[in-house]
Design a protein around this ligand. Structure first.
Ligand code: ATP
Ligand code: MG
Length: 650
């Protein structure tokens, strides 16, 4: 049976204006660079690494002797914070703003690179005063305040391994991560704000670490140093106010000399598909990868750009594209503490206007929320400072892409749809703005140094199949903490160690563009037709009344598998459900084919999502099949599950 191929035909060429000023201004330039990087990866990556500061140069670029435990820049010594901060100060750019911080209630702070050098050093000395040193594991459970970036960098400064836990996670999730990483200390705050409400982070930490004997110290940052602290518990001897330790801490701290392969951090995946994995990243390769991807994907011009990535530092996107990548490039960036709809749904656009943001990087889940809230919140703001937009986290539906392009990008900003993972450390597939024409819904082409393919189970190249990465790359994970066997079996066994297996399905079209069709687990086989759930979801989102949709496969006696669709209607567009069902079904018929008609279309108010905003399709499958729910520790709002259970039965 023939498989449906990509039906999207819209193509957006880079504008001449953008191309003429960009780092890689033409398709030919991209092709030449990519070819060079694949023909001679070691030469290519060592040239990139040479743009950065090392205390001692590496002996070997890539060591493959213990594959798949690849090593990069072996023998090299450096400290990533030198490249994030000191290098810019020494080059005379200490006065450049590093962070424009905006608190949810409207308070704000501005930190220059010179300020960051002092603050990071002071924080690093406070950690040392608590007995933290090289190789120690430190959990960080902080809201999006400047101290989150500062604490992360302070750990790196002294060679401690940070394990950042998104400060929306429950006490139970903190406990799992602290125990898995054997963290010695936790850095937190007395509190923060979430949609106007106080969130008592310190108390959540207290509950989470109650039975964690590994934790010896808790360092607490006060959210409002000038006011009364938020209500909090206190354990004498274990707990310390950061401002107390900071009083006696010097604002100079020499960077620890780190081996290129010394661990930089541990970070747990978002848990869309199961129990989160503790992904390990090391110093040198991660440094080089995040430096180059930030520079080229976002076309960074540190002298003039104001960059804003709306992710939380608690996710890999915040590690690579708030803390390490942009700061290595010396750019000014916005950091925002709170929710996109507080006090109103225009908050993000107000911030873009206020700081004249030129580069804006967000997630499809946020874009779909903006669409749902309506265009009025956008149009009342001047967004003319924007010159580049980005997205990450999930496949973006073409209609959401078009909305982003029209409403936010004024049809002139290139959109970089970046496909990558916690495991990859940095961008893997992405258009390079100025060089690569974009197609709505496609992450387009491999980044320089990345050799990607679409394979079948047996390792043959096919048009529609499984995404595979052929060569190791510097910012790749070095393993799953404490479980080398799981590292090998999860990522390297599918094609006998020849390719990295990311777990995502993909299509490669006739122009060599990649389209991510969703998780391999989410490919549904209906009467022999392989349907990516993301494709069907994109059809539904084309309906003007639909804000968001999630499709899953369920067992079906005759077809093998059948489809169940969950659909969320936009605010104000609610109507007759049966009429709507008919309209959606006929869209499926014409866009994909009758074989892809869902067995059931369920209208719902919300969907189960991870705290990073990704739809948890595996939970929807459990609900649909009335099975006990798997790991739900990363679920954002558990009440959604009960409502959906009733809907399915009803
Ligand atoms: P877990 O591995 O625990 O299930 P997760 O995969 O959601 O969690 P992340 O590493 O944060 O954790 O997410 C990476 C995944 O997100 C990718 O494998 C892919 O499925 C999806 N993804 C990220 N960016 C894109 C993109 N631009 N287009 C399509 N999918 C994307
Ligand atoms: Mg994953």
């Amino acid at each position: 049976m023939s498989e449906p191929t990509v039906s999207e035909t819209r193509l957006f060429q880079p504008t001449a204006d953008f191309a003429s000023q960009s780092h890689l201004g033409s398709l030919e330039a991209y092709r030449a660079l990519h070819k060079r990087s694949i023909d001679d990866p070691e030469g290519f990556w060592s040239e990139v690494a040479s743009e950065l500061t090392w205390m001692k140069p590496w002996d070997k670029v890539l060591d493959e002797s213990d594959a798949p435990f690849y090593k990069w820049f072996t023998g090299g010594k450096t400290n990533i914070t030198v490249n994030c901060i000191d290098r810019h100060v020494e080059a005379g750019n200490g006065d450049r703003v590093a962070i424009y911080w905006e608190g949810e209630p409207g308070d704000s702070r501005v930190l220059t690179y010179a300020d960051m050098q002092k603050e990071v050093s002071r924080f690093a000395n406070a950690l040392k005063a608590m007995g933290i040193g090289k190789g120690d594991s430190v959990a960080v459970y902080l809201p999006m305040v400047p101290e989150l970036a500062i604490a992360t960098l302070a750990c790196a400064r002294i060679g401690a391994v940070h394990s950042v836990i998104f400060a929306g996670f429950s006490a139970e999730s903190i406990k799992d991560r602290v125990l898995d990483a054997s963290s010695k200390a936790v850095i937190t705050s007395d509190g923060t704000y979430r949609r106007g409400k106080e969130l008592l982070t310190k108390n959540i930490v207290d509950e989470g670490i109650a039975d964690c004997e590994c934790i010896k110290n808790v360092l607490v940052v006060q959210r409002h140093p000038e006011k009364e602290p938020f209500a909090h518990g206190w354990v004498e001897g274990r707990d310390h106010w950061y401002h107390d330790l900071a009083k006696n801490a010097s604002d100079e701290c020499a960077p620890e000399e780190m081996d290129a392969e010394d661990m930089l951090f541990l970070l747990y995946t978002s848990g869309s598909t199961g129990k989160p994995k503790g992904i390990m990243h090391t110093t040198g390769g991660y440094m080089v990868g995040t430096y180059l991807t930030s520079k080229l994907t976002f076309d960074l011009k540190p002298e003039k750009d104001v960059y804003w990535c709306t992710a939380d530092v608690g996710w890999i996107t915040g590690h690579s594209y708030i803390v390490y990548g942009p700061m290595q490039n010396g750019v000014s960036q916005v950091m925002y503490e709170g929710a996109p709809n507080y006090p109103a749904e225009n908050r993000f656009w107000e911030i873009v206007e206020k700081y004249k943001v030129s580069i804006f990087y967000t997630a499809p889940t946020a874009i779909r929320a903006f669409m749902k809230w309506g265009d009025d919140h956008v149009t009342k703001h001047d967004l003319s400072s924007l010159r580049l937009l980005g997205t990450v986290g999930e496949p973006i539906n073409p209609e959401a892409w078009m909305w982003y392009h029209r409403m936010i990008g004024a049809e002139k900003c290139p959109i970089v749809d970046t496909w990558w993972q916690t495991e990859t450390g940095g961008h893997m597939l992405t258009p390079l703005p100025g060089a690569i024409a974009t197609k709505p819904g496609s992450a387009t082409v491999p980044f320089p140094g990345i050799d990607a393919a679409v394979l079948d189970e047996d390792g043959n190249e096919v048009e529609r199949g499984i995404l595979a990465i052929r060569k190791p790359w510097p910012s790749m994970l070095r393993g799953i903490y404490g479980d080398p066997e799981r590292y090998k079996s999860t990522y390297w066994c599918k094609w006998d160690g020849k390719y990295y297996f990311p777990g995502d399905g993909a299509i490669k079209d006739e122009d060599g563009y990649f389209w991510i069709t969703g998780r391999v687990d989410d490919v549904v086989n209906v009467s022999g037709h392989r349907i990516g759930t993301a494709e069907l979801e994109s059809v539904f989102v084309e309906h003007p009344a639909v804000a968001e949709s999630a499709v899953i496969g369920v067992p079906h006696e005759i077809k093998g598998q059948g489809l169940v669709a969950f659909v969320i209607i936009r605010t104000g567009a609610e109507g007759d459900e049966d009429v709507m069902r008919k309209e959606l079904t006929s869209m499926v018929d014409s866009k994909i084919g009758k074989f892809a008609r869902p067995e059931k279309i369920i209208f719902s108010g919300d969907l189960p999502k991870t705290r990073s905003g990704k739809i948890m399709r595996r939970l929807l499958r459990d609900i649909a099949e009335d099975r006990p729910l798997g790991n739900i520790s990363t679920l954002a709002d558990p009440s959604v599950v009960e409502i959906l259970k009733d809907k399915i039965k009803g």
